[in-house]
Ligand binder design. Structure first.
Ligand code: NAP
Length: 339
């Protein structure tokens, strides 16, 4: 495993993290979740991500119990939580980024996980109905109280993060220090065009979610949607609709199969190639993966060995087979380098 510094913080996170959406405490029961977390930890994964909304808080409970069963020193792992969506639907005061929900939501997460602090708390989305000053102050106060060590955002815009940082600077509050956003071979723009160029100036580190595009890039979706895959599960019809959009599904499966063949040519699994593609980006501190079986983690943990294979030629072949626009030609001084 490799450990990377999260932006300008002193916090080290494992380059591959384990997320808990749709798996821990939902599809996986307590024992299966514990086995998954223990396997991740054995592989060197020390960063675990959850959110109040995952399985309506159950994911936090099961992740917390699994971490307790590890009997690992608290300083040996990092946990991030997320506040915004609440649990069990939206009632007034029970969701959003008001001071009320941030403080109560954070304390509920601490109770459910059984942890006495979260390493990172993220605002899961931007809340246009709450003054940003109120949100920044509430997050900063949680830092001052020691309930959380760092705070950040998820799927905000660069402008929103910059405004939060400016407010924090002007008022002497703790600023946001991490953004968690979607990034994978199929969904690149927000990281590559917006956040990666701005991250250093904003003083934030980037962690990314769904690096395998919910499993699409694992090879299991090359000839259709597998019966045991997330996209076939009841309750995830919205995800399937969003992934396939209005494109003909056959075309998506054809591209995924071509990606798998390219991985096989290099004798690596498609999941490793897809994860390596994300981890090659210097702005990415950690790729937060999901897994429904321990074998997924064993496979994915090998992705860091694949990063050196991603030279300019292989990157261009990936873009071509996925129908991505050609990258700009290399500048003169880049011509001698391979990536
Ligand atoms: N901030 C946000 O808004 C946000 C949004 C979404 C997710 N997240 C975080 O990001 C985490 C990861 O998201 P994700 O679960 O969508 O990530 P992902 O890594 O793109 O997909 C994980 C799924 O891919 C399949 N898979 C993984 N490795 C595999 C392998 N080696 N071989 C075959 N199949 C494999 C499994 O699918 P099956 O389960 O179908 O078997 C697994 O559950 C979440 O758990 C959550 O913590 C954050």
């Amino acid at each position: 495993m490799e450990y990377r510094r999260l932006g300008r913080t002193g916090l080290q996170v494992s380059a591959i993290a384990l997320g808990s959406w749709a798996t821990i405490g939902e599809r996986l029961n307590d024992d299966a979740s514990s086995a998954l977390v223990a396997h991740a930890y054995d592989l060197g994964v020390t960063y675990f991500d959850t959110a109040e909304t995952y399985a309506d808080g159950r994911s936090e409970e099961v992740l917390g119990a699994a971490l307790k069963r590890l009997r690992a020193p608290r300083e040996s792992f990092v946990v991030s939580g997320k506040v915004f969506y609440g649990t069990h639907g939206r009632r007034p005061g029970s969701w959003g980024l008001s001071r009320k929900h941030i403080v109560e939501g954070c304390h509920a997460t601490l109770r459910r996980t059984g942890l006495d602090h979260l390493d990172i708390l993220l605002c899961h989305r931007f809340d246009p109905d709450v003054p940003l000053e109120e949100t920044v102050r509430a997050m900063s106060d949680l830092v001052t109280r020691g309930d959380i060590l760092y705070w950040g955002t998820s799927e905000w815009t660069v402008t929103q993060v910059a405004e939060a940082r400016d407010i924090a600077r002007a008022r002497g509050h703790a600023p946001p220090q991490v953004e968690q956003l979607l990034y994978n071979v199929l969904e690149r723009d927000k990281v590559e065009r917006e956040f990666a160029p701005a991250a250093e100036g904003l003083g934030i580190g980037l962690t990314i979610w769904s690096p395998l595009a919910y499993g699409l890039l694992s090879g299991r979706y090359d000839h259709g949607v597998p019966a045991d895959g997330r996209l076939a599960r009841a309750g995830y019809e919205w995800l399937s609709a969003s992934v396939f959009g209005t494109d003909p599904r056959e075309e998506t499966h054809r591209r995924l199969a071509a990606f798998s063949r390219l991985a096989a040519e290099h004798t690596v699994s498609p999941s490793r190639l897809a994860l390596a593609w994300v981890l090659r980006h210097p702005a990415v501190a950690s790729a937060i993966c999901g897994a429904s079986r321990p074998e997924h983690l064993s496979d994915n943990a090998g992705a860091l060995d694949v990063v050196p294979l991603l030279d300019r030629t292989l990157l261009a072949r990936i873009d071509a087979l996925l129908g991505m626009p050609e990258p700009p030609p290399p500048r003169t001084e880049d011509k001698e380098t391979t990536r």
